[in-house]
Design a protein around this ligand. Structure first.
Ligand code: SF4
Ligand code: SF4
Length: 342
């Protein structure tokens, strides 16, 4: 597999990395086998976060038993609640990963200018101290907002920039990738499959051979997915014009306001499983009736009592990096379900 340099850090890794976001969904034996197989295939870059439930523990179970032949990134969004909370997450990352050293530690979900301001004070000073003390190698930043991320890179404080980039979200091509390259900042692609909403995964990954963008870290939770992704990166075939058109046609119906299933909006104070609401909505709202739609509505019917608890408080919209209108979609789903049960 092609190797890429991580900016000016001196590190070099295979172009395909492993995103650990979905590891909490599988049993420890499954994640052990998956991580082991990834290492055997030559994957070296692993991306996790304190917000990804037990993903750090699961990575730690395998990685802590190896020599240092991998690169790991972790991050926390707790700077939003103050230095103490951020420091706690930082220490917990070491405990969970059972590692003495983390290559990149970063600030998670720095989406708004106000969040960048929070980062640039005590939390950044803290990470700089940790770097000087040799516990971390480099300071990273993740953002869903290319403008905020671009402003962050201008400060010269970050050595790895992580952002969503895929056939639907191509904004990083408008200057962010070029800026990172010119500053020697490493780049890592989050959500290369747009949170799992693209069905043609092979084409979606081959998009990155038309637009190389650093290490690409699809979330994986089975060896089958890993092997498929690995084959795509080994063959490294850019998309032809016709294939690119097919992919663009597939995603055109999604628009920009689709749920990436990241769960940043969770928990809902009223116990609503928000990513599931969006999945049901996407499959059924304004869709012609078919066996598949009828089956999904049947499943959704069980959620009716939960959906009725939505107060429209908007907490989920505030936490969503894409400001997806969840309360509106809850109401639309309710309308659909009630019209069926009449
Ligand atoms: S608007 Fe509804 S779904 Fe969103 S957090 Fe509030 S109660 Fe939960
Ligand atoms: S509604 Fe937004 S925050 Fe919640 S899962 Fe979907 S994309 Fe993520």
């Amino acid at each position: 597999m092609k190797k890429i340099k991580l900016g000016s850090t001196g590190l070099e890794v295979a172009e395909l990395g492993l995103g650990a976001m979905y590891l909490p969904r599988v049993a420890p034996e499954v994640s052990d086998a998956l991580i082991q197989r990834a290492l055997d295939l030559g994957i070296q870059y692993f991306d996790t976060a304190s917000a990804y439930q037990d993903s750090e523990e699961k990575l730690g179970r395998v990685l802590s038993r190896r020599g240092k032949d991998f690169v790991i990134t972790s991050r926390s969004a707790s700077y939003k609640t103050g230095l103490d909370a951020f420091r706690q997450d930082f220490e917990r990352s070491f405990e969970r990963l059972k590692l003495p050293f983390i290559d990149f530690y970063g600030f998670h979900a720095v989406n708004q200018p106000g969040e960048l301001e929070m980062v640039m004070k005590e939390p950044l000073f803290f990470l700089k101290e940790q770097k000087a003390g040799g516990r971390i190698g480099h300071i990273a930043i993740t953002s869903h907002n290319p403008k905020t991320l671009s402003d962050a890179l201008d400060t010269g404080e970050f050595e790895l920039a992580m952002f969503p980039f895929n056939i639907i979200e191509q904004e990083p091509l408008d200057g962010l990738l070029a800026k990172a390259a010119s500053l020697g900042v490493a780049t890592s692609v989050m959500k290369p499959l747009a949170g799992g909403v693209i069905e043609s995964t092979e084409l979606a990954l081959r998009f990155f051979f038309n637009h190389p963008a650093g290490v690409v870290t699809p979330g994986m939770m089975s060896i089958e997915q890993l092997e498929q992704n690995f084959t795509v990166f080994k063959e490294r075939q850019p998309l032809s014009g016709g294939e690119l058109q097919r992919l663009e046609d597939e995603v055109a119906v999604l628009g920009k306001e689709f749920c990436r299933r990241c769960s940043y909006c969770m928990p809902c104070p009223n116990g609503i499983m928000i990513p599931f609401v969006h999945m049901l909505h996407m499959k059924t709202w304004q869709k012609p009736m078919s066996d598949d739609v009828a089956y999904t509505l049947e499943l959704a019917q069980r959620m009716l009592p939960a959906l009725e608890k939505c107060t429209g408080c908007g907490a989920c919209v505030e936490k969503c990096p894409y400001a997806i209108p969840t309360p509106q979609r809850v109401q639309e789903l309710l309308q659909l379900l009630k019209s069926r049960s009449r």
